[in-house]
Write a protein that binds this ligand. Structure first.
Ligand code: NI
Ligand code: MN
Length: 227
């Protein structure tokens, strides 16, 4: 599976020719300037982990341009509906749905979820994504939580996408513990460097993983990796 990284926690995977985009935050991201054009990002599906602006800033514009189906919490579904977006599949923590090209299960994330206008965004969520091309876990913004120990009951994972930037989420050490809990060898790191609060030492982060026999992949903004 090829994973494209658009900066911060925004990435996409291509399954059955469909572009599945997560947490679009591109136009406000200084690190994406000149590397990613939001007007050229393809999407057939958009998955939103929670309502914070650094996860949904470009969602409406991309959905309007592409007609992509948005998968998100009930409360974000209601908020998007007020902005004229209608191709949305609402879900909530614990639920799963088969979208044909892939199946999604929504799992617990320990975080918060307000929307940019101050309205309530429902529960933040992580996603398990199952497909013929492989299975992966995107935790969304979260603390390390014992709920992650449940994930191997539901999924044999090829890789996980985890935040590593600290301050608002797990740091790299907690992400390593999360990788143990969900039983993956390979982690794609996200939610780092974008703001002053979450700048990290890349070499030290990669070493933390390699010393534990695991692999941390840090993809350049606008780049891609095979996972
Ligand atoms: Ni957040
Ligand atoms: Mn965030």
């Amino acid at each position: 599976m090829v994973l494209h990284y658009y900066g911060h926690s925004c990435f996409s995977v291509n399954i059955n020719g469909k572009h599945i985009l997560f947490d679009p935050f591109i136009s406000p991201n200084e690190l994406a300037v000149g590397k990613v054009a939001v007007s050229a990002v393809p999407a057939d599906y958009i998955l939103l982990s929670h309502g914070h602006a650094d996860h949904i800033a470009d969602c409406v514009a991309i959905a309007q341009r592409t007609g992509a189906k948005i998968i998100c919490a009930w409360e974000i579904y209601e908020w998007l509906g007020k902005q004229g977006i209608s191709n949305i599949h609402p879900m909530n923590t614990g639920g799963s749905w088969d979208f044909g090209d892939f199946r999604v299960k929504c799992v617990v994330a320990q975080h918060s979820s307000g929307l940019p206008d101050g309205s309530y965004g429902g529960n933040p969520m992580g996603f398990l994504l199952f497909s013929d091309a492989g299975n992966f876990y995107y935790s969304g913004d979260t603390a390390l939580t014992l709920d992650m120990q449940l994930i191997p009951r539901w999924a044999k994972l090829n890789f996980a996408v985890l935040p590593i930037g600290d301050n608002f989420t797990m740091d790299v050490h907690d992400a390593l513990a999360a990788a143990d809990m969900v039983q993956v060898q390979t982690v794609v790191g996200v939610h780092y460097d974008t703001f002053g609060f979450i700048k990290i030492d890349h070499a030290a982060a990669e070493k933390t993983f390699s010393a534990a026999g695991k692999k941390l992949v840090l993809v350049p903004v606008g780049g891609s990796t095979s996972v």
